[in-house]
Design a binder for this molecule. Structure first.
Ligand code: SF4
Length: 400
């Protein structure tokens, strides 16, 4: 009744917006456009361009394919995008609009490349949306020429939707290792990079729930192996993440000193953080990484709320729980009231979540750290120290 999840269209749009020069065009009513644009603009603090055919009652009764055709021409002329992703919505999916036929009719008369993605909100959650979009993008990829030897030392990040400082720090690490980043699917990649992605030697899944399937697909189609390491949040996790990549690409691990320095720096905070109770509300990938890191800081994860799980989430979480000897309550796909009741009972010192947890934080007077949409670095050695410092500062303010 009070789900933490949203609709498939949201996931498709978020993934499409990660491609430079791509324009999502929703074949649907204004509400789909407005709410998703509003939320994504708020989360990213930037202007986001999404278009809509603005289907009305007449279109829902008599069909809106002519309107869609017109909007594709308009979008191509007015915005000159490289790619237009035409997306169905609940309304156009239910009445069975033939979007493929419209695309066939216009594709030779527009400059943009056109794709369509089935995005009816009732077809699934945002994760199905990310997955569907990535699957369509894998179809656009071109197999590398056989004689091509560019494959060495080049990787793709798959299921990376967040840009900003975390992605920047990863790029710096790859640079130091002499590893080329071919394509970040999808955060700031170009259409050319998407098509060229199969020249990479290795794929790295960055999302338990939506990164692994496309990696498996690319392994099958192009023979690219993949990793699904725990995200580099925390000193140990960052070390493991980078070492695994080095092993696979036959590179020397050059971060031993950075790792040592960061470990030493982190020790300064342990005294403040030990025994503090934490609630984590996040997707599987971040929740797994945070659980490990926060427990390494001596904090006590008492409640972990997962909105989505991936293929390996349970086994990774079990391993951490055993290794760290912690006993959190785990809620899978909980609704808001369930979380509220548990948090009221457990009385944590701090909540790790996203914008969705602002209300919970205010209602219960428990400080929140946004680890989902924040503009701060959480990855890498530097991110570990910043996070630890931030927790300490927040807890100090709380205790007055
Ligand atoms: S659930 Fe359906 S109507 Fe609502 S935003 Fe998603 S696609 Fe639009």
């Amino acid at each position: 009744m009070e789900s933490l999840r949203t609709c498939k269209l949201f996931g498709v749009i978020r993934a499409v917006l990660g491609i430079k020069g791509a324009l999502p065009l929703i074949h649907g009513p204004i509400g789909c456009y407005y709410h998703i644009k509003y939320l994504l603009s708020l989360r990213s603090s930037r202007t986001i361009r999404i278009l809509s055919t603005e289907m009305d009652q007449n279109d829902v009764v008599f069909g809106g394919e002519d309107k869609l055709l017109q909007k594709i021409y308009e979008a191509d002329e007015k915005y000159s995008p490289q790619l237009i992703a035409v997306l169905s919505s609940c309304a156009s999916s239910i009445i069975g609009e033939n979007i493929n036929k419209v695309i066939d009719d216009v594709e030779n008369n527009v400059n943009a490349e056109l794709i369509t993605i089935s995005s009816g909100g009732f077809e699934g959650s945002q994760i199905e949306g990310y997955l569907e979009c990535l699957t369509v993008l894998v179809d656009l990829m071109e197999p590398p020429p056989k004689e091509d030897n560019v494959r060495e030392n080049s990787v793709n990040l798959i299921g990376q939707y967040r840009g900003g400082p975390d992605l920047k720090i990863l790029k710096e690490y790859f640079d130091k290792l002499g590893i080329k980043l071919t394509c970040v699917l999808t955060s700031g990649c170009t259409l050319e990079e998407v098509k060229l992605a199969p020249i990479a030697y290795l794929n790295i899944s960055m999302c338990e729930a939506s990164g692994i399937e496309p990696c498996e697909l690319m392994e099958k189609k192009f023979g690219i192996p993949f990793l699904h390491e725990t995200l580099p949040i925390g000193v140990k996790a960052t070390g493991n993440y980078l070492q695994e990549i080095c092993k696979n690409l036959d590179r020397d691990y050059v971060f031993a000193e950075d790792e040592k320095r960061a470990e030493k720096e982190l020790k300064k905070y342990l005294h403040y953080l030990r025994g503090k109770k934490v609630v984590i509300v996040a997707g599987a990938t971040r929740a797994v990484a945070l659980t490990r890191f926060l427990s390494e800081l001596g904090m006590e994860p008492v409640l972990i709320c997962l909105d989505f799980e991936g293929k390996y989430t349970d086994s990774k979480m079990d391993e951490i729980i055993k290794e760290r000897k912690i006993h959190p309550i785990i809620l899978k796909q909980p609704d808001y009231t369930e979380i509220l009741c548990e948090v009221e009972n457990l009385k944590p010192d701090i909540i790790f979540g996203g914008m969705g947890e602002i209300g919970l934080s205010i209602e219960l007077g428990i400080p929140l750290i946004d680890v989902m949409h924040g503009q701060e670095v959480t990855f890498g050695f530097e991110g570990s120290i910043r996070l630890a410092r931030k927790i300490k500062d927040i807890l100090e303010v709380k205790s007055g």
